[in-house]
Design a protein around this ligand. Structure first.
Ligand code: ATP
Ligand code: MG
Length: 626
């Protein structure tokens, strides 16, 4: 079965069971600058999982593009990619374990409507229970009734089968499905045998059903949720792998034409896979609007491209890049149309980035070799040869000593990055190739030092994508929601007193404050800030209702609804309006929520603490509720 057919079958299966098909959100989270990339299908749905009504109803299904850079070191094994597609179905306070598990099973095993996988190769896991919640006998019972033998249901601890994104909000057990990849089949396995098979990647996790059943407050489970949700995620690449009888995601139809190209570049199989993976992720990111840079998303994109270049032995020609992009465009034709639409721009971005890196790459490799004089070095930009040359060399006007007894630490690695653009993990890999050995502890230490240096230089104080996600959800406390509504009002006030050129350029909201970037090129006087403050406080005092309305994008635009990045939104958009009982509309803005229902619920007085330049043409405000 082709990957296209798997996508279609999944969507129709759940559509027939009352689910509305929703499009994949962008890889760049909308209205949520606290997260770098979309890492799971549930992520764009967080506001709805927390209780906001979804315009399409209580049963949803989609195929979501995901990026997990934290899996980067796994890439090249059988089952991990940095970009992958997640098939997901959701119940927002509607059906629960019974239906969710039965449908998962039916979709996996039914020949007519599903994938027709062999039930004899299926294993499932459920939560074993601990002080926070009891053993999930309910899920186990459902699996048994469906015909899964009791000894193929494994009870696992919270580290494996408990989902909890933060100290506050929903949490609960999950149930995972694994498939046997071995030729002859593993048959019945004891608990220990199951764990060993998982370790060997003889079985692979293909689907995860999360049951948001409990509520957490300040880190402790306080009871069951009134509205229970289901969130499921199945990896398309892994399903294609098991259906196509492969042991590796890179051997599926998804990677077929792409791997054919990377095979021409290097003989090293792991390198072929890494190049294929990173280039695919880079293409998808650029299609969704990311460009290479030294901060945040752009920096992750830059690292992926550079790592691909290093894995290609230092040479990725415009011809290679062009054939690689064509292969990717072909694979996603009609699925993610923005890939084909942006083909030229994607090629330009990647070529420009590769060229930039090429300028320093050979010099960087030379420096690495000089630190290790018996190591191999890149000669004439082409092949690797031995060198024992330890005389100093000049690089970009700086004299670099010849043989220096290696003292590698995070700071050295950071300087190396600053001078040659060599991202952390690539430098480590290249050093190891040249005979250095680092323990896991040392690497962690280096990474910490590197990141500390990085922050110092870039003022980049944000955490990794996954942590951010956790932070984002955990912070959806009442205070954050209040500040979110205030932020909408503030933007409306800024537009009222400064003009229509003012739009959001980024925002970050925590329990303590809102940090808001907007397009405006001059300092805003205290007088105007006072007026904006008064505007927000007036809306708070009036007890305005906050309503969410769905409307065609065209209508929203003509009605003067405020929003940035219109092109990223689907044809039908959610508009949040703040309206006073006297009819005054204080704000109308595109958003995914969540917001307070009524501004009367906002506690405290809104106060702008600080206004300063953020970058060219962008100002930044920090404001609080005091
Ligand atoms: P694993 O433990 O194998 O890394 P996970 O527990 O991180 O997987 P989930 O967060 O449960 O995975 O994601 C749901 C599904 O998404 C998984 O069952 C799997 O099919 C798929 N998936 C997760 N990570 C990746 C990845 N890096 N590449 C491809 N598919 C993935
Ligand atoms: Mg999992």
């Amino acid at each position: 079965m082709t990957s296209r057919e798997i996508r279609n079958r999944f969507l129709s299966f759940f559509e027939r069971r009352g689910h509305a098909v929703i499009p994949s959100a962008s890889l760049v989270p909308e209205n949520d600058p606290s997260v770098l990339f979309t890492t799971a299908g549930m992520q764009p749905l967080v506001p709805y999982l927390l209780g906001a009504p979804h315009p399409k109803g209580k049963r949803l299904v989609n195929v979501q593009k995901c990026v997990r850079t934290q899996d980067i070191e796994e890439v090249g094994d059988n089952t991990h990619d940095t970009f992958f597609e997640m098939l997901g179905n959701w119940s927002l306070g509607d059906y629960f374990k019974e239906e969710a598990i039965a449908w998962s099973y039916e979709f996996l095993t039914s020949k007519e409507e599903g994938l027709g996988l062999d039930p004899a190769r299926l294993y499932v896991t459920v939560f074993e229970g601990d002080e926070r919640a009891p053993r999930d006998e309910e899920s186990a019972g459902i699996w048994k009734r469906l015909g899964v033998p009791a000894h193929r249901i494994y009870y696992l601890p919270a580290s494996k089968n408990w989902w909890s994104p933060g100290d506050n909000g929903p949490c609960g057990p999950d149930s995972e499905m694994f498939y046997d990849l071995t030729e002859n089949g593993l048959g019945d396995m004891t608990h220990e045998e199951y764990l060993a098979a998982d370790d060997r990647q003889d079985i692979v996790e293909i689907w995860n059903d999360v049951f948001m059943e409990y509520e957490k407050k300040d880190g402790a489970v306080i009871g069951k949720l009134a509205n229970k949700n289901v969130d499921t995620g199945a990896g398309l690449e892994r399903l294609a792998m098991v259906l196509q009888g492969k042991r590796n995601v890179f051997d599926t139809d998804i990677f077929e034409s792409l791997m054919a190209e990377t095979k021409k570049i290097t003989e090293d199989v792991r390198a072929q896979r890494i190049i294929a993976d990173h280039m695919r992720t880079a293409v998808m990111m650029i299609a969704d609007g990311v460009t290479p840079s030294n901060t945040d998303r752009g920096y992750i994109l830059r690292r992926l491209i550079r790592r691909a270049v290093v894995k290609a032995g230092g040479i990725l020609t415009p011809e290679h890049i062009s054939t690689i992009i064509s292969a990717i465009v072909e694979t996603y034709k009609g699925v993610y149309v923005n890939v084909e639409e942006n083909k030229e721009r994607i090629a330009e971005e990647i070529n420009r980035e590769v060229e930039k890196f090429n300028n320093t790459l050979s010099k960087a490799l030379l420096v690495l070799s000089r630190k290790f004089p018996t190591a191999k070095t890149l000669k004439n930009g082409g092949y690797y040869g031995e060198t024992t040359d330890i005389s100093p060399i000049e690089v970009s006007g700086t004299i670099i000593a010849g043989y220096v007894p290696p003292l590698i630490n995070g700071k050295w690695l950071f300087n190396f990055f600053q001078t040659f653009g060599f991202p952390f993990e690539i430098a480590i890999e290249e050093l190891e190739k040249r005979g250095e050995h680092f323990t896991g502890l040392e690497k962690d230490q280096f990474r910490k030092e590197f990141e500390a240096e990085f922050r110092k230089h870039q003022e980049l104080s944000r955490a990794g994508a996954e942590q951010k996600f956790k932070g984002g959800l955990a912070d959806t406390g009442e205070k954050t929601v209040m500040l979110h509504t205030c932020t909408h009002l503030m933007l409306a006030g800024l537009r009222k007193y400064l003009g229509e050129h003012v739009h959001q350029a980024g925002s970050n909201i925590t329990i303590e404050r809102t940090r808001f970037d907007f397009t405006h090129s001059e300092k805003v006087s205290r007088e105007i800030l006072d007026k904006v403050e008064a505007y927000v406080n007036e809306a708070i005092a009036k007890g305005c209702t906050v309503s969410i309305e769905q409307m065609p994008k065209m209508d929203a635009q003509t009605k003067g609804v405020e929003g940035s990045f219109w092109e990223k939104y689907p044809d039908v958009v959610n508009v949040y309006a703040v309206k006073a009982p006297d009819g005054t509309v204080y704000s109308q803005e595109l958003c995914g929520g969540p917001h307070v229902e009524n501004t009367g619920k906002i506690e405290g007085r809104f106060k702008i603490m600080k206004e300063e330049a953020s970058s060219a043409g962008v100002r930044r405000i920090k404001a609080i509720l005091e």
